[in-house]
Design a protein around this ligand. Sequence first.
Ligand code: X2X
Length: 335
Amino acid sequence: MKKFTMLLIGIFLMPIFLYAGEYKPEYKLSCVVGGNLPWGEGATYFADLVRERTKGKINIKVYTAASLMAGKQTNEFLILKQGVADFALASTINWSSTIKELNLFNLPFFFPDYQSLDKVENGQTGKYFSSLTEKKGVKLLSWGENGYREITNSKRAIKKPEDLKDLKIRVVGTPIFIDIMKAFGANPINMNWGEAKVAFQQGVVDGQENPVVGIIIPVKVSEFHKYITIWNYVIDPLIFAVNSSVFKSFSKEDQKIVSDAAIEAAKWEKDKVRKGLMPNDLSALDTLKAQGMEVTVLTNQDKAEFKKLTKPVYDKWVNEIGKELVDKAQKDMSK
Ligand code: X2X
């Protein structure tokens, strides 16, 4: 009788053992930009580490240019959650239409410097985001970076809010960006990244905002826009993430390999996008000038004028995000 019971339990558990041991021939990693940008290179760096260390068992293929969601970048969290993508190296901006709390990173002039951002990512706020996405079926592995977003345009140097008036600015289709640009008096036009470069080329828009080392230099935005203003108005972290069920299907040993590789790749990628943008090394600005751009760097006093205009947007979005979370982030920053 005992033997019979054991046998029944064995038969019942067998599919679970089999499932845990069975890996897919390929795991898809979603990436919104091209493979030649630091962001795309970070994704490849991660995929290579995992492939090498698992001896090819976990074979991650990087799908660039938002190809897993037909270009619609704001759908990325959903396709990861649903398992269309197994992994992602994703901008918080693209996920923030689905997870409203991630708009924390889109709050205008909220993060004064990189150290504050690191404290938030590594602090209680980072932990909060891990448990939030885990509840939705996505495991957060580490924080990479696209960077502080700066504004470029083809018309004039932007020094004061008036300079932005009526300029057509391409933004991602995430509502807070529309609110911010309207508060500045600009005319925001939402557009997927995949269509943006052609829109710059054809002059469908006058300007756009993106990070310097992460996007503006490698994409050569200088070919279309002569003016750039460094104002650090919004930060854009990247998240290395995996679908939770996919992660659970890996052996404990492989889970550790994946987690460690994501931390290493994030550090590698973050160092890359911050290079030339630190107080002791601003060489990235020289690169912009060498590409033919006129660079305006706003002082804190200049920024205060822009910040003042976004106060109603800030208040509205703190309400959406939840004051508790904003307080948590401020507490992390002050440590
Ligand atoms: O669309 C953008 O501007 C980009 C590439 O920076 C993001 O995906 C947020």
